[in-house]
Design a protein around this ligand. Structure first.
Ligand code: GAR
Length: 190
């Protein structure tokens, strides 16, 4: 059977892109990353994509009249590349009707909190400010809501301190384990 084909959407650093691309290259995910999409041309994820030989689509949302317009452009690339699964990895935009309509149940996201706690931007900062003692990471299906779709997997990270520089690498390290493992698990259901 042909390998499933993954597109990763990222707005920034791209460490989760790399975790997925590496797991595919090492055969830990039985799929191929065929496309990387960013809404921030020049973001560090573009360098990582180059390293893995993954073609990039870089676009500026403000060059389009609407979200529907840029998502229609993206959908063309996704279809052309026969993408089966979209993994959001620090893609800081809400997915709109065009992509959700075409890829319902095949778009997943990683979020650095134990959802439904601390949705939206800077979840780690929100959790630190709240003073929680258990942090975490969630992978979930994407729907119309912000970080609100059905949960697929979670990991808890006990941490009693308040030092962001100490906590952040702990969260990212867990993301880089949980996301590839979750992708591999759900591939069977596609
Ligand atoms: C990750 O921590 C991811 O969970 C978060 O952005 C970071 C991207 O890091 N996503 C969200 O907050 C989504 N609401 P990366 O660019 O190094 O993969």
């Amino acid at each position: 059977m042909d390998k499933k084909r993954i597109a990763v959407f990222a707005s920034g650093n791209g460490s989760n892109f790399e975790a997925i691309a590496k797991a595919c290259a090492e055969g830990k995910i039985d799929a191929e990353v065929v496309l990387c999409v960013t809404d921030r041309p020049g973001a560090y994820v573009t360098k990582r994509a180059e390293k893995f030989g993954v073609p990039m689509i870089e676009f500026r949302p403000k060059d389009f009249a609407s979200k529907a317009d840029f998502e229609t452009m993206l959908l063309g690339h996704l279809r052309e590349n026969k993408v089966d699964l979209i993994c959001l990895a620090g893609y800081m935009r809400i997915i709109g009707d065009v992509l959700l309509g075409a890829y319902e149940g095949r778009i997943i996201n990683i979020h650095p909190s134990l959802l439904p706690a601390f949705q939206g931007a800077d979840a780690i900062g929100q959790a630190l400010n709240y003073g929680v003692k258990v942090f975490g990471v969630t992978v979930h299906y994407v729907d119309h809501t912000l970080d609100g779709g059905k949960i697929i997997s979670q990991v808890a990270i006990p941490y009693e301190g308040s030092d962001r520089e100490e906590l952040e690498p702990l969260v990212h390290a867990q993301e880089h384990i949980l996301y590839p493992a979750t992708v591999q698990n759900i591939l069977k259901k596609l």
